[in-house]
Design a protein around this ligand. Structure first.
Ligand SMILES: Cc1ncc(C[n+]2csc(CCOP(=O)(O)OP(=O)(O)O)c2C)c(N)n1
Ligand SMILES: [Mg+2]
Length: 813
């Protein structure tokens, strides 16, 4: 089984400045073998831990060890991985994952020091490295090996991979990025992707592969092919059952750019090392994307701890998998070329078994001992409570015995029991003790599961100080809204050399509404870029670049097409800070335009869907372009992701020309009162606000004085609780929204009534006025009959006032 590419030779080339002897080579291969066998042992023992009930679920990297050793060899400081749950061996080989951490993840240890992958928030097999210091500032990513944080949706790792690779291209080719040093050395970094064979069926895979070919970025994409996706065979997944075969059209040649494509057997260590070495050189030096199709891989224990693969693999396949297990083949090769004798390898195996067993014990003790300590202290407290009890000793004792009987307690079990006991504690002193224990325990534990949904650093959105736009004396609205945006973007691209924008029609024509007119000429094709029609990977491109210190603005042409991107926004961007407990950030700004214009797919305002899908991303809905520009100015000072929705029908409306472009800032999470009034509070945002303002003028003519409030920021929502202050004054509330009934208006009402307790001050039923449940129809009449009109708003308010004072406001119909 001698390979035509001798790994000894390759390692010599790699270390050409040193003299690598056969002994060095042997040591390196033996060390690789040790990592592989240690990783395998973790998988085997991990499965047992789940089956005996100590862990809940396991998904492991067994059967994929050997190619990951090869990938790790070619992986350098500054590089990034974007992969999936099979990559434990790779993470161990780059020194970012230990057996003890493997087990801490399996148990769900909530201490980030013990479980650095997610402090127990993600199931095991979801890998990450820490990009941020304690205070949320960047580490020097060029001095460490990096992995972006995994997510479970298969192929969800693809879009961000594109951006991780594109960042190298930007750093290599764009001059003047002053923040570059911590992220790149001349754009030499590779973004390494991994994916399972079956997951290449996803659209996100093909979309990203095409985009990386177009962009020509340093990306090396590995497909771990074990012929299955859980129980479903490749014949149901992939045309010709062969992903590299069908991607052949992407192969570059003398006449055109494209990919370099390799196919290699997953059990052939020598060939793998050589392939990864060549792939890395091409990607790193030439910025050409590479696909490595690693086939003939196996799953020694089946897909995961739920179920067994004997159910769907026949005897022949199972026997083949045993024979071609990559570690077994590596072992045979090592013996064949005299790297080690079977006895020496047996010794390594035995040692790995011991190491892993020890790691498992340590991880378990470190996980369970503090909880057992809590249990002990709680039992002592409860005995005290039981002794003091007059009527309920028996009941309390029953609960105490239940708690005592639990050998490996959960926090949940302690709380369940103690919260039940509280109901029977009659002695006041005891009651204080028990309720304090419960409150303290929850206060201590809840943040372990709920912190870091948003940035907790000094650069979060609440750090922004409001700066008003300045105007010349007697300034009148004289400039189209789109020009205000354009001139403000101009100021921002000068102020922040690391800022860039990309999207459909963004470059050459300066976006479909000319908000970026002339910007590409001024800042170049890399910073103001046209891209393909591919919303999900536009977002991913932004996430990946933001993960590497750039300040991307990803443009989605119309709000209605955000649905193509909502999955990746929801699953990846929105969860990033949460799932890494603040160890990674991607302060991506997503720019789009929406609300009212024309027809079903250019007028939608599905805000309820959006705000419920992307908690973790701020959602800003400026009423005009000055407010929008102010949001961009604020966001570039912060370290958080946000979606900004400009009003489609506002680009040609005149606004006053600000003098301090790039500097004025719209505060985030703060409402603005546009008109004071005493009879009723009208709350709205975006395009509809203009109709609300018009209705308010007409209502005043009839003696109804409305207070009009612009929400501006749906997430975060009215952090100063200004709306309830208005309701205290008016005692009436109407929410006007152009989403479906029960969409964003339901959220707004919940915030005002439930969070701000406005119900206490209401004299009329709080109401909502929303659009029809169907999508908005085309044309002016389509809009009138689909969305709330000024007349609808007028009459709704009038109706509410009629109920208050029928004689002053007689019925209209
Ligand atoms: C979008 C999505 N659909 C379904 C699943 C459930 N699921 C998890 S793994 C998997 C099979 C993946 O197979 P493959 O990509 O070949 O990877 P392998 O596990 O074989 O390495 C499926 C269907 C998921 N995680 N995400
Ligand atoms: Mg598979």
């Amino acid at each position: 089984m001698q390979s035509k590419h001798d790994p000894f030779q390759i390692m010599i080339t790699e270390k050409s400045n040193t003299t690598l002897t056969f002994e060095d080579f042997k040591t390196e291969v033996l060390n690789d073998y040790k990592i592989a066998i240690t990783s395998r042992e973790c998988s085997l023992l991990g499965r047992k831990e789940v089956l005996t009930g100590k862990a809940k679920f396991g998904i492991f990297g067994d059967g994929k060890e050997v190619p990951q050793l090869a990938m790790a060899k070619a992986f350098k400081n500054g590089d990034f991985r974007s992969g999936y749950y099979r990559d434990q061996t790779f993470m161990m080989a780059i020194g970012e994952f230990t057996p003890k951490q493997f087990f801490a993840g399996l148990y769900g240890h909530t201490d980030i020091a013990s479980e650095p992958m997610s402090a127990g928030r993600q199931m095991g097999g979801h890998f990450v490295t820490h990009s941020l210091n304690e205070d949320g500032s960047w580490k020097d990513l060029t001095k460490q090996k990096n992995s972006s944080a995994d997510i479970s949706p298969t192929a969800g790792q693809m879009p961000r991979l594109l951006g991780l690779a594109q960042a190298s291209k930007i750093y290599r080719n764009v001059d003047g990025i002053t923040t570059k040093d911590k992220f790149s050395v001349n754009g030499n970094e590779i973004a390494w992707g991994t994916i399972g064979n079956a997951s290449t069926s996803e659209g996100l895979f093909f979309e990203t592969i095409n985009a990386a070919g177009v962009l020509q970025v340093p990306m090396v994409m590995s497909v771990w092919d074990d012929e299955y996706g859980i129980s479903v065979h490749a014949k149901h997944q992939t045309t010709k059952e062969n992903i590299s075969e069908i991607l052949k059209g992407y192969q570059r040649d003398e006449d055109s750019n494209g990919y370099e494509i390799f196919r290699v057997k997953g059990w052939d260590y020598a060939e793998l090392v050589s392939t990864y070495e060549r792939a890395a050189a091409i990607a790193r030096e030439q910025h050409v994307p590479v696909l490595i199709h690693v086939n003939e891989l196996t799953q020694p224990q089946g897909h995961s701890t739920s179920g067994s693969h004997e159910r769907y693999k026949n005897g022949e396949r199972l026997a083949w998998e045993k024979n071609y297990d990559c570690i077994r083949q590596m072992r045979l090769w090592m013996v064949a070329i005299n790297i080690a004798s079977p006895e020496e390898l047996d010794e390594i195996d035995a040692e790995a078994k011991k190491v892993v067993l020890e790691a498992k014990k340590e991880a378990w003790n470190s996980f369970i001992n503090p909880i057992i300590e809590d249990q002990k202290n709680l039992l002592a407290l409860l005995e005290e409570i039981s002794n003091a009890s007059i009527n309920h000793k028996d009941k309390i004792q029953k609960y105490i015995s239940q708690l005592k009987a639990i050998k490996n307690p959960l926090k949940k079990e302690m709380l369940m029991i103690t919260r039940r006991i509280l109901r029977f504690v009659e002695v006041p002193n005891s009651k204080v003790l028990v309720s304090n224990w419960i409150k303290d325990y929850i206060a201590l534990t809840q943040p372990r599961f709920s912190s870091n949904l948003y940035s907790e650093s000094e650069k979060n959105v609440f750090s922004v100080e409001k700066v008003l736009p300045e105007y010349a004396e007697n300034a009148k609205p004289d400039l189209d809204g789109r020009m205000i945006l354009r001139d403000n973007f101009d100021a921002l691209f000068t102020k922040y050399p690391e800022a860039l924008i990309f999207g459909e029609d963004v470059g050459n024509i300066g976006d479909v509404n000319q908000g970026l007119e002339g910007m590409q000429e001024k800042y170049g094709e890399l910073r103001v870029a046209d891209v393909g029609i591919r919303e999900a990977s536009i977002i991913g491109q932004g996430i990946g670049m933001a993960l590497r210190g750039l300040r991307p603005i990803a443009e989605i042409q119309y709000l209605d097409y955000l649905l193509y991107a909502i999955q990746i926004m929801s699953d990846d961007l929105a969860t990033l800070q949460y799932r890494t407990v603040g160890k990674q950030k991607a302060p991506l700004i997503i720019r789009t335009r929406g609300h009212r214009l024309e027809g079903i797919w250019h007028s939608g305002s599905p805000m309820g869907m959006i705000i419920n899908a992307i908690r973790g991303i701020h959602v800003l809905v400026p009423r005009n372009m000055t407010q929008a520009a102010g949001f961009y100015n604020s966001l570039l000072e912060c370290d958080e992701p946000a979606l900004v929705i400009e009003c489609l029908n506002g680009y040609r409306l005149k606004e006053k020309t600000p003098l301090n472009y790039g500097e004025f800032k719209t505060p985030i999470g703060v409402v603005e009162t546009l008109k004071e009034g005493s009879d009723i509070t009208l709350v709205s945002y975006g395009s509809t606000l203009r109709l609300v303002e018009q209705a308010a003028i007409e209502l005043l003519e009839l003696g109804i004085d409305c207070e009009v409030i612009d929400i501006q920021s749906l997430l975060p929502f009215d952090v100063n609780q200004d709306i309830v202050k208005s309701v205290v004054k008016t005692n009436r509330l109407l929410v006007i929204d152009e989403d479906v009934p029960g969409g964003a208006s339901a959220f707004i009402l919940q915030q005002i009534i439930d969070q701000q307790d406005a119900y206490k001050f209401l004299d009329s039923k709080p109401q909502t006025l929303a659009a029809k449940a169907h999508r908005p129809a085309y044309g002016t009449d389509g809009d009138y009959f689909s969305k709330p009109s000024a007349e609808d708003i007028f009459e709704k308010v009038y109706d509410m006032m009629h109920e208050v004072n029928p004689s002053k406001f007689p019925v209209l119909y």
